[in-house]
Design a protein around this ligand. Structure first.
Ligand code: CTP
Length: 402
């Protein structure tokens, strides 16, 4: 799997705080995503987590002070900040934030932050402290100054704190920080664009305990939601029953049946610039839903089910006056291009994404064929997360032209 973090080099600087333990996980996530991480720690940080842990996880010696002679030029603060694509101070203690706001430089972290080239190496700060330290006017003043100086301040989150109090000051979780870094390095090709997405299967009830569904996992739709969000879009995801976590920053609405999905989508569609229908919507639903569980009657005869056709959500949205730019999906088992192109025209949509149904359901990878009025373009087999990113790029180009 590739990520926008692949090949990036980051300085991860720890100041003193209990949240230091979260940075061990963060280093794992960043290196797994293909980034290299240079850890530096203040003396206070070493009270909370050891450099041994951070060296083992990052695969590099940790820089512990400005007098460390291991760099040939004896200038770790210069070397580290020149190599890095970003410097993340996490946890950022109240004291470290005060130092950064003042431009002090008497430890390796504040020194490196001050020595970094402003235009090439952004400073990102993840505060972590007790809620009273955070709320103090001095801290708030310092945070305001940091922002005014161009730093990004990510968090803190609210919740229960290590001290037993509850409030603002928790450092963001490692996964949140990794996700924000991922978005930070993603070109903002959909900045501010409102994108509505359907995903997953639908569930069409037969009686209170049974229903008809399909094997769609929702993975492709969720990956697209995440990729769009990372590219700066404002994303609403209408999901059928799936066991997937909501991508960070995405608004999610859960539904069960095709009719519920339509009811959720219709009022939202006019407010969105793009509609991407990845859901595997059941074409048919049981015409009536039994009020009580259908019982065996002893005769051996199976109950007869009558079906009614479900509304076509995509076609309905595409036919709205001032419809959003609509992207459909087509799962075929043969004649991919021919069937999908016909489907695109039938539904009246500018772009359809075709794939071979049996080769995608439930899997983490897929291969796609993008078909529009100009022809077809293949996205070869790759993880769905990679395909989602390419699809968002392709979409952004088409929106730009439209
Ligand atoms: N779709 C929808 N509402 C439906 C059915 C499909 O929004 N009731 C959307 C899907 O989300 C997908 C596209 O339409 O984007 C798929 O079209 P569909 O006609 O369902 O394809 P197939 O079921 O593969 O059609 P066919 O049986 O004709 O192959």
């Amino acid at each position: 799997m590739t990520s926008t973090l692949t090949g990036r080099h980051l300085v991860l600087a720890l100041s003193g705080g209990i949240a230091g333990y979260k940075t061990a996980e963060l280093v794992r996530l960043l290196t797994q995503a293909g980034a290299s991480v240079q850890v530096m720690m203040t003396e206070a940080a070493c009270q909370f987590i050891t450099p041994v842990t951070m060296q083992a996880l990052s695969g590099r010696p940790v820089i512990l002070d400005q007098w460390d002679a291991s760099a040939p030029n004896n200038m770790h603060h210069i070397n580290a900040s020149r190599e890095a694509d970003a410097m993340l101070v996490a946890p950022a203690s109240a004291d470290m934030i005060a130092k950064l706001a003042l431009g002090r430089a008497d430890d390796i972290v504040s020194l490196t932050a001050l020595a970094r080239p402003l235009e090439r190496c952004p400073l990102i700060v993840a505060p972590a402290m007790n809620r009273e330290l955070w709320a103090h006017p001095a801290t708030q003043r310092n945070v305001g100054q940091l922002r005014a100086d161009g730093a990004q301040v990510w968090g803190p989150a609210a919740g229960s704190q290590a001290c037993g109090e509850v409030g603002d000051g928790r450092m963001l979780e490692a996964a949140d920080l990794a996700e924000r870094l991922e978005a930070w390095f993603t070109p903002q090709r959909l900045a501010g664009v409102r994108v509505l997405i359907t995903a997953g299967p639908t569930f069409e009830p037969i009686d209170p305990v049974r229903g008809i569904t399909n094997r769609s996992s929702g993975k492709m739709g969720f990956a697209i939601a995440q990729a769009a969000q990372r590219a700066g879009a404002d994303v609403t995801l209408v999901a059928g029953p799936v066991a997937l976590a909501t991508p960070a920053g995405v608004r999610r609405i859960d539904v069960q049946s095709a009719q519920e999905m339509l009811a959720a989508v219709l009022p939202l569609a006019p407010e969105h610039r793009v509609f991407i229908a990845t859901a595997a919507v059941a074409d048919w639903r049981p015409a009536t839903i039994a009020e009580h569980k259908i019982k065996k009657d002893g005769s051996g005869a199976a109950p007869a089910l009558a079906f009614a056709e479900n509304p076509d959500i995509l076609a309905t949205v595409a036919a709205l006056p001032g419809a959003p730019y609509c992207v459909g999906f087509a799962a075929e088992s043969e004649k991919l291009l021919e069937h999908a192109q016909a489907k695109r025209l039938r539904k009246g949509i500018p772009l359809i994404v075709a794939n071979l149904g049996p080769a995608t359901f439930g899997r983490d990878d897929n291969a796609l064929l993008l078909i529009d009025a100009d022809g077809a373009r293949e996205l070869p087999r790759a993880p769905k997360t990679d395909l989602a990113r390419h699809l968002i790029d392709e979409l952004a180009q088409r929106l730009h032209r439209a």
